[in-house]
Design a protein around this ligand. Sequence first.
Ligand code: ADP
Ligand code: MG
Length: 589
Amino acid sequence: MATVTETVAAHAAPQAGSANAPQETIDGFHLVIEALKLNGIDTVFGLPGIPITDLTRKAQAAGMRVISFRHEQNAGYAAQIAGFMTGKPGVCLTVSAPGFLNGLTALANATTNCFPMILMSGSSEREVVDLQQGDYEEMDQLAIAKPLCKAAFRVLHAEDIGVGVARAIRAAVSGRPGGVYLDLPAKLFPQSLEAQAGRDSLIKVVDPAPRQIPGEDAVKRALDLLKGAKKPLIILGKGAAYAQADADIKALIEKTGIPYLPMSMAKGLLPDTHPQCASAARSFVLPGADVVMLVGARLNWLLSHGKGKTWGGKSSKDWGGQKFIQVDISPTEADSNVAIDAPVVGDIGSCVAALLAGLGSSWPKPPAEWLDAVNERKTRNVAKMAETLAKNPTPMNFHSALNVVRDIVKANPDACLVNEGANALDFTRSIVDMYKPRKRLDVGTWGVMGVGMGFAVGAAVTSGGQVIAIEGDSAFGFSGMEVETICRYNLPVCIVIMNNNGVYRGDETPYGNAKDPAPLVFVKDARYEKLMEAFGGVGAYVTTPAELRKAMEEAIRSRKPTLINAMIDEGAGTESGRITALNPTAAKK
Ligand code: ADP
Ligand code: MG
């Protein structure tokens, strides 16, 4: 083992004249690396510095991919999207205190979104931290991480590294996936063990995300409710996409004949062009349905908490009268917002298989009246959208630009589509169809800004394929420096900035007597594409859909890092995009 040989050289120089052969040892650095490799983790995303600098070098020397970022938050986002795409925990490596804190936003986001991720941070000396004696980057990182993750562990002794990594992996991927913190104090790394004992201390985790079989009675209860429905609806969430039970989910949808609605990151689990996809009739099916089956989707704010006008209730607090089935791995998710009549608790693969088996051979299709009504609404809305998309206004607006993106994604269904912003997010989600599972990667449960370049790097490294990132100009700003990372690793990432000169829109003027610009506007006509050119990538400045199409096609043909600065009408956006209602003053305007 090369790593052992290397540590032998470092730690066990033979003593001249000694009768005993030098003892082979393995140090903390290599135990961490070997523990990860043993568990099939071959990539770490991070940012080197004290005390983990050598860990990044040695990991690379040991054959791991080490992707170094310009800011830890972006490395954390890359790790978690790798986790979402693969079902294995993505690993993010940071330095102590400030680096750790930079990674923490991503850790919390992973936990909130149920993405498996491990944040591994170096930390300073326990004894000094606990007595608050003022160490370099002193911070009680474990305590700070705890409320933001599923589990947090600290390893103090080299012989416990195997256990620490195994516990972190299990905590990240078993049950409801999430973020895990692993604290690695600087003193751990130079500790060494006799090589064989070291290897024996490592754990290859058996069955890290065990199947959880739903109860037969729960499955029957759900199917009975579904069978009696006159206006059934299935909602697929990103938990369903994560579960990688694609074929069974498709079979369940098609055998029941029930219209379905994909949540944002479940788009493409079945192609958005599927005849049963009800996305274009969302505001009709939510209030209209009588029985709703949620599959890996929570009734959180993104679904108006299952209440209110969205669901046909009279006021914002009113229940619309729907019955709910909820398929979820978390036994405490049910009843979090409204009563769940039939919870089915288990992993989605097992639950969907059990539901499928229970359908039998003579499952009745939903009443034609309901299906016709959904289709009628869909056809009308699709035609309306087609009319809007066909327009070619000057200056370009979100619709005419995204019409191009829609075509490009259709022609490249294997590309990952990263998406963030306000209007750039909402319009892309509704205009750009997805065709394959786990290809749409976006702001998720929090609607967080800043995931863009981290997700783009993570997706490109994980898939080895093309990434298209549709970014609001404001959203891009949070992680824009990572274009250097994209160029350094020569990743096939095509960034399109929907540039409307500001947050929401760019045409606000200063308030009161201010000499400063209005708080929401940016430098007009900013040349973001030059940022990409600065690092050797391709930049393009486009003002028409035809120019945008040409630039995107060229980016995908060449696979070169590309940034397209797409100038959009600065008056085109709405405040807060589609979530204006959450912005109390904007809602009243
Ligand atoms: P969306 O935002 O798409 O609605 P959410 O993140 O709200 O999705 O919901 C995802 C749900 O999926 C969570 O409640 C989570 O517990 C569940 N989940 C995640 N992975 C699995 C799995 N493998 N099996 C079952 N449920 C899962
Ligand atoms: Mg903008």
